[in-house]
Design a binder for this molecule. Structure first.
Ligand code: URA
Ligand code: URA
Length: 218
């Protein structure tokens, strides 16, 4: 079946961020409502929940993962399965609470069948929602969690093991002026559990310490 978008059901572009608190809260509610109603791609058919976000929309740190898995689809919250629990523990190890200090979402909001990687069409269909989230949270720092987020947000294909831990300047719609860092995906770390110096997990820990340091810089 061709992977086609229905333009009539495409999500709307980002709202402005210089809103008063009541308007901001309304916009967050509207985002959730619009996501719940979204039929912009074929993933709408198979979902139990649209997985929009968890954490604090007022946080300075925004994390963007790949896509919901089975647990996330069942609960309607991102990063709540094994990978998410590891992510929480790693954030905690540098003094960051995932619910208080971060807002967490994914490049796409609905679970792909059999946890396959999202297609470019699905990522494009969901991008207006992601841009709305970035605009509303207006974070100081954005973490791109894993290769799909790196590619889906910045268009950089491959190279995450080389590019992880490096601050990058965002460009283009919704990203200009933003500061982003790719980090390794916790699913990858679950498959590579060594904490030895130089291991993927060790590198991720260094990266998160750098994130904490930069947040504390004020
Ligand atoms: N992996 C992701 O990238 N996101 C989730 O929400 C869960 C697992
Ligand atoms: N390969 C991936 O796809 N993601 C990672 O985070 C690391 C290696």
């Amino acid at each position: 079946m061709p992977d086609q978008l229905s333009s009539a059901s495409l999500p709307q572009p980002a709202e402005t961020i210089d809103a008063d608190p009541a308007t901001w809260k309304q916009a967050l509610v509207a985002l959730a409502t619009d996501c719940a109603a979204c039929q912009a791609c074929g993933l709408a058919q198979g979902r139990k929940h649209v997985v929009v976000s968890r954490g604090n929309p007022g946080a300075s740190l925004l994390l963007i993962g790949e896509a919901p898995g089975a647990q996330e689809d069942a609960q309607g919250r991102p990063f709540v399965g094994r990978a998410g629990q590891l992510l929480d523990r790693m954030l905690e190890s540098v003094g960051l609470d995932s619910e208080r200090d971060a807002y967490i979402c994914n490049v796409i909001k609905c679970r792909p069948p059999d946890n396959r990687r999202p297609t470019a069409t699905e990522i494009a269909a969901c991008r207006p929602f992601l841009l709305r989230q970035i605009a509303l949270v207006d974070p100081r720092l954005i973490l791109l969690v894993g290769a799909t987020a790196l590619e889906g947000v910045l268009g950089i294909k491959g190279g995450i093991t080389r590019l992880r831990g490096q601050w990058r300047a965002g460009e283009g719609e919704g990203l200009a002026g933003r500061v982003l860092m790719p980090i390794l995906h916790p699913s990858y770390l679950l498959r590579n559990p060594s904490r030895e110096q130089g291991s993927p997990k060790w590198h991720t820990w260094q990266d998160l310490k750098e994130v904490k340091r930069r947040l504390e810089e004020g």
